[in-house]
Design a protein around this ligand. Structure first.
Ligand SMILES: CC(C)(COP(=O)(O)OP(=O)(O)OC[C@H]1O[C@@H](n2cnc3c(N)ncnc32)[C@H](O)[C@@H]1OP(=O)(O)O)[C@@H](O)C(=O)NCCC(=O)NCCS
Length: 162
């Protein structure tokens, strides 16, 4: 019998039929505060900002979103890899893809709020502070106190030009 063909992961744009899977993948980590909960409506509205990695069956096994606040401020959000697919470099691929999209759209930098400190630092992000992003504070102060009560340690930013 022939050996199975190895699956080579590629990052592609999300499509409308991915919405339920994107919501489920993201929200399984929300209870632990690792991702912000997302609704179908949010994901559908931001579909052009989502990128995905698919497993051999075509199901979404990883995702990331570049969330724009203003022409100069964008956040990497909804970074999630299915538990059974973690530890294979997909998280790094998705971070690089988010950077490429943000660079292509002309953002000077990309920031992220994350507990995955070693991951972001190993990808060239530097420690930052949420106070540098009043746009984020304004949007989330009415929604999620925990999202804003993080300290310097968990805010990271990467310059994309200059
Ligand atoms: C964070 C996450 C996306 C990483 O995905 P992944 O595919 O396992 O990542 P990779 O295989 O590319 O990991 C690469 C490195 O990141 C490190 N890493 C992964 N998750 C980490 C975490 N939570 N904290 C610190 N480091 C982490 C790994 O140890 C690995 O280090 P190494 O290259 O030195 O061995 C995945 O663990 C996940 O979905 N976690 C739950 C949701 C979450 O925390 N999202 C981040 C919100 S911004």
């Amino acid at each position: 019998m022939a050996a199975p063909v190895p699956h080579t992961p590629v990052v592609t744009r999300a499509v409308a039929s991915d919405v339920p899977q994107l919501v489920a993948l993201n929200n399984q980590f929300s209870a632990d505060g690792l991702t912000l909960p997302r609704t179908d409506a949010f994901v559908f509205e931001h579909l052009q900002d989502y990128q995905v990695i698919r497993g051999p069956s075509g199901d979404v096994i990883g995702c990331v979103c570049v969330d724009e606040y203003s022409p100069s401020v964008a956040e990497l959000v909804s970074l999630a890899v299915a538990p059974e697919a973690q530890g294979r470099g997909y998280g790094k691929l998705l971070i690089r893809a988010a950077e490429q999209l943000a660079r292509k759209r002309g953002f000077p930098e990309l920031f992220a709020i994350s507990l995955a400190d070693t991951l972001f630092l190993s990808m060239g992000f530097e420690e930052s502070h949420i106070a540098r992003y009043p746009e984020k504070i304004n949007r989330y102060k009415a929604i999620s106190k925990s999202e804003l009560s993080i300290g310097k340690k968990f805010c990271f930013a990467r310059r994309l030009r200059g």
